[in-house]
Design a protein around this ligand. Structure first.
Ligand SMILES: *Cc1c(COP(=O)(O)O)cnc(C)c1O
Length: 386
């Protein structure tokens, strides 16, 4: 046997990793309940184990409740929110398709880029960062481009903290014979997401924002019309991993027998964690969960305003779960954020793009949205700025 002696002599000896105890109050990941971690640390079972299949079916039922949909095709994609975005875009778009993507921040910009890479002819509408997507611009774009097949937009823009009117944009798309791709990564479990009432066709989210689960899974749901389109595409989905017509063999099973077949090895323990995180949301009830996000968020907003900070986004479209807070003169972004992290073990997020150094993003997501956390973060910021 030949060995690479130079590398053999460079054996890295490292200690077991122990993460610090942080209070996560940034743009995600959010705080994870210890029960979720407990469930994830149980033994790994096979991805086709009958108990695994039962757990997966419950997971789908809980996702349908949280998405407020009866869509059959509802499951978590094995990957982060961006992979859910890739799954929706790559299944819904064929090369050469005309699509409208509404941009009002980082994630709309990302969706437009993913759509271009999927071969779409992308028409964009733009709104200022911190504002909602303007439905009038979407309507105008639809009227002047009658062949548009898809409208894509972000419900809750995590880069700015603005909420857009999903119901109105989906209705406009329908009225103009277009289907929709809706990003609900930061909205699901934080503010009402009503997939069936909106008539949304393909919707993706993420595990690590208001669902309070570790990152790495992306719940998605597709309307029957979307599924019908996907199963009858002229070209195969470019991505084998994300092709819904294949992955359905694992998540739905055979049409008659329901028997599941291997597609990819699903992240078993991660799915067990999501099961527990969703169970907590379902137990508390969606309306209570939304109300808790709002109550705790309001406490942080008034506390920050008392200290002289002001909000970027106007109240009517302000996301309770993601506050963009303008920094007054004399407050140094980096210094205070690192003090919060190193001295108080609290993580908040910086502004993105043009907002870098100008604002903070405080996440009030999932388990983070508890009154005791609001008190902790307000008193820590108060001490840091004085
Ligand atoms: C976080 C986020 C994403 C991307 O999710 P990842 O898990 O980071 O890939 C997409 N859209 C929005 C609105 C987000 O907040």
């Amino acid at each position: 046997m030949s060995a690479n002696t130079a590398l053999m002599n460079e054996r890295p000896l490292v200690d077991m990793f122990h993460p610090p105890e942080r209070l996560l109050m940034g743009a995600g990941p959010s705080r994870v309940h210890e029960d979720v971690l407990k469930v994830m640390s149980q033994t790994t079972i096979g991805h086709l184990d009958p108990d695994m299949i039962t757990m997966m079916d419950q997971l789908k039922d809980m996702l349908r409740y949280i998405f407020q949909t009866s869509n059959n095709m509802t499951f978590p994609v094995s990957g982060p929110g961006s992979l859910g975005m890739e799954a929706c875009v790559n299944n819904m778009i064929e090369p050469g398709d005309e699509v409208i993507i509404a941009i009002n921040g980082v994630f709309g910009t990302r969706m437009a880029e993913v759509a271009r890479r999927a071969g779409a002819n992308v028409i964009i509408t733009e709104d200022d960062w911190g504002k909602a997507v303007d439905p009038n611009k979407v309507e105008k774009a639809l009227k002047s481009n009658p062949n548009v097949k898809i409208v894509g937009f972000v419900h809750a823009e995590t880069s700015t903290g603005a909420l857009s009117n999903a119901s109105e944009i989906c209705r406009l798309a329908k009225d103009n014979n277009a289907m929709t791709i809706v990003d609900t990564v930061t909205s699901l479990g934080g503010v009402p997401v009503n997939v069936d009432v909106w008539g949304a066709d393909s919707v993706y989210s993420g595990s690590q924002k208001c669902l309070s689960c570790p990152p790495g899974l992306s719940p998605v749901t597709f309307s029957d019309q979307a599924v019908n389109f996907i199963l009858n595409r002229e070209t195969p989905v470019q991505s084998w991993l994300l092709d819904l017509s294949l992955v359905t063999g694992y998540w739905q099973g055979d049409e008659k027998s329901g028997a599941r077949t291997y597609h990819h090895t699903a992240p078993v323990n991660a799915l067990m964690g999501l099961h527990e995180a969703l169970r907590k949301v379902v137990q508390e009830g969606l309306e209570n969960v939304w109300a808790r996000h709002k109550t705790v968020s309001d406490i942080i907003v008034s506390g920050m305003e008392e200290m002289g900070f002001s909000m970027l986004v106007e109240e009517s479209i302000r996301l309770p779960e993601l506050l963009t807070i303008k920094l007054p003169e004399g407050i140094d972004d980096g210094t205070i954020r690192s003090k919060l992290l190193n001295k108080y073990n609290i993580e908040i997020s910086a502004g993105l793009g043009a907002f870098a150094g100008k604002l903070w993003r405080i996440g009030v997501m999932g388990e983070g949205a508890r009154e005791e956390n609001a008190k902790k973060i307000l008193s820590a910021i108060k001490e840091c700025i004085n």
